[in-house]
Design a protein around this ligand. Structure first.
Ligand code: ARG
Length: 429
């Protein structure tokens, strides 16, 4: 009986399969493993060779995570028996195809998570599909747990783009805790970095930000320990002098920082460095995960904080009141789809069509003053601003605005409200 049949086998005693895409031992001969070089994926690299009797090809994707040594990652994978160790620098693609639409969509989830992990996963999984096909693999393995969002994003991407490929997520099933993993690593000649007593934070990072989970972060009542911050200077240690940063945008995307024209990757890096120095972009976030859990994350997102504030400010300046009321609703839908692992959902590209149109006139410069953790907009300029200083000024009348016409406007503007108030409060007259 094929595994497919069991889904419909009412007499089966075993629990039915819950999905179409997971592989068991025996289903696969060559696996592409998404490899970070950390403990989980290093143990996995050996474990898959043993338990699935399969060849393993590793793929490591550079999305701009600071301080990564890809030569060392590759050497480790080779040492652990990988058939081939692929390292891809996807920074430009990540910026152009994932971060650019996110900036145009002012993409945030919850009360301040700029979605850097959620944006990275579909690209990582897409690259995994491409390289798995090229290398003749029949499955993709990843190190996500069964409790997080990342498994949803990766599995959904693989199942969407490559229904012929299977997925292996050993952490969901192998039932090893950290101690057992370390034991397994020791027994199999896998180097274990650092002290083994205290579990490290669970970190994920790329060009657009860094997250930490685990340890005391799980105790909602525990104020952040300083050692969690790796990117952003603590505001209390930031310089005593403020710094102004000027961001120039063209059609919704940053093109220059402080007058220097830069590519998108460099704009993000430069802005991030300046913001981090001033303590900007620390977010202590309680999050509603896709899979139901509430979890706390500590985010360090200096570039995203500054670029999104500036973008949103400029967008509001060039758009009308009607556009300004609509856009945040669409932005919120966009951010939720991305958070929820539905990057490939057509609604997202439908929304992109509007969002791109709305960004057509988002050209101009926004300056922010950075000071001990805050980033405050202080200057705005745009050739497309729907703003006329002479009309807005207190004094004067003329041009498109007539103060004399204001009472007539108020008469009609308030008509229904006045009538309703009278009907509902007959005694008050
Ligand atoms: N909570 C964030 C998200 O779901 C960050 C997850 C970080 N991922 C990780 N494997 N540590 O997008």
């Amino acid at each position: 009986m094929s595994s497919h049949d069991t889904v419909f086998d009412v007499n089966a005693t075993a629990a039915p399969r819950t999905n179409s895409y997971e592989a068991g031992p025996g289903d696969v001969g060559r696996v592409l493993l998404l490899y970070s070089g950390g403990l989980d994926t290093s143990v996995m690299l050996k474990w898959i060779q043993d338990h699935y009797d399969a060849d393993v090809v590793t793929l490591t994707v550079n999305l701009g995570q600071p301080g990564e040594d890809y030569t060392a990652v590759r050497a480790k994978a080779e040492m652990l028996g990988a058939l081939e160790c692929i390292v891809v620098d996807a920074r430009e693609q990540f910026a152009a195809e994932y971060l650019a639409p996110a900036i145009k969509a002012n993409a945030l989830y919850g009360t301040g998570y700029p979605l850097f992990t959620a944006l990275g996963r579909p690209l990582i999984a897409k690259l995994a599909v491409e390289h798995a096909r090229r290398m003749g693999c029949d499955a993709i393995a990843h190190g996500c747990t069964g409790k997080g969002n990342d498994q949803v994003r990766i599995d959904a991407t693989v199942a969407t783009l490559a229904p012929e490929l299977k997925v292996i997520a050993p952490v969901r099933t192998w039932q090893m805790g950290r101690e057992e993993e370390i034991e397994y690593a020791r027994a199999n000649g896998i180097p274990v970095k650092g002290g083994t007593e205290v579990a490290p934070y669970s970190i994920d990072d790329n060009l657009w930000g860094r997250s930490s989970e685990g340890r005391w972060i799980e105790d909602l009542d525990h104020a952040p320990d300083d050692d969690v911050f790796n990117l952003v200077t603590l505001p209390e240690h930031a310089p005593d002098d403020p710094e102004v940063i000027a961001l120039e945008f063209e059609r919704g995307l940053p093109v220059a920082v402080n007058g220097e024209r830069l590519g998108l990757v460099e704009c993000i890096e430069r802005t991030g460095e300046i913001g981090a120095r001033h303590g900007v972009g620390i977010v202590d976030h309680i999050e509603d995960r896709i899979v139901g859990l509430k979890v706390r994350d500590i985010y360090e997102v200096p570039a995203a904080t500054i670029i999104l504030s500036a973008h949103q400010e400029l967008e509001r300046l060039v758009a009308t009141i009607h556009q300004n009321q609509m856009k945040p609703m669409l932005d919120q839908r966009w951010g939720y789809l991305v958070y929820a692992g539905l990057w490939w959902e057509p609604l997202r590209s439908d929304l992109d069509a509007y969002i791109d149109a709305a960004n057509r006139y988002v050209t101009g410069t926004i300056s922010l003053k950075l000071y001990k953790g805050s980033a405050r907009v202080i200057q705005r300029s745009s050739p497309h601003a729907v703003y006329d200083a002479s009309l807005a000024s207190f004094a004067g009348s003329g041009g498109l605005f007539s103060q004399g016409a204001a009472p007539g406007f108020i008469e009609l503007w308030s008509l229904q409200s006045r009538m309703a108030w009278r009907v509902r409060n007959p005694d008050a007259q």
